[in-house]
Write a protein that binds this ligand. Sequence first.
Ligand SMILES: NCc1[nH]cc(CCC(=O)O)c1CC(=O)O
Length: 315
Amino acid sequence: MSEQPGNIIRIATRGSRLALWQTHHVAEKLRAANFTVEIEIIQTKGDLVLDRSLDKIGAKGVFTEELEESLRNGVVDIAVHSAKDLQSTLPDDLEILAFMEREKVNDVVISFDSTFTLDREQIVVGTSSTRRRALLKRYYPEIITAECRGNLQTRLQKLKDGQYDAILLAYAGVFRMQYSHLITEILPEDKFVPAAGQGSIAIECAKNLPLAKKLALRNCLDHEVTHICLTAERAFLRTMEGGCSIPSFALATLHGAHVEITGGIVSLDGQQMITDTLQAAPHEADALGVRLAENILAMGGDQILNFIKAERSSI
Ligand SMILES: NCc1[nH]cc(CCC(=O)O)c1CC(=O)O
């Protein structure tokens, strides 16, 4: 068969090992559907700035901006992201083409001591996420939390160096990088509710990508149930005006004919937490996420948010 230019898909990705794993996963699916794949590795601000906590870099989309620029100027057709890292409101000229089938959503505890448990005294646990830190403080007030940034390999090296007794990570990344043997506990998703989008891969494109190409790509890469659930979670995130620096959480699941979402916000010290659970028909997933966020804000989540924002601006 002669190769048609329309069958070539160019993909932009970050260069971290997890990003590359995810991109190769996408590429495999595309090749199985007879596309020719070219991969473009692009460095983002988030990859370069490793010495500051993410909530202090401040800018939205630190892991996505440079990838999005390559979509805009047509250098690539699609960009591959961890859905969790993709800002909740995209620029007007870009859209999400697909959400791939989700991996297990949980957070996990990672330690080189296989007997490690979180209820020990005087332990230091590393995390870079405000959500994980706040939830740790809520459920294990004795734990000392410490900043732990960088890609998975960097974080594991810091753990190995003895900077922490354990670190918290997303199961999805740990599993994909083949570090599952270091998991000492899979945290229950009803207590450690994951970040919106955790465990799924998002495919982003320019709105002006030819429709036929969009449809072919969506057909090949999108997972309908995951798409419905992430639509609800991301609507929640968007309405909370959260971004990745706010300790909010949301997990939607499909139960037969309805989608159920649990989400909320926890104060940075873990003292206050507001959660709610709602259900709706799958075609109302977006409105469901909005409604959940409105409920959370009305139940006092707005005060928790305002307090966090005030604290941030006084730094
Ligand atoms: N913010 C970093 C990031 N983005 C996606 C993952 C893991 C894979 C996923 O959740 O999809 C991670 C690392 C982590 O949270 O442990």
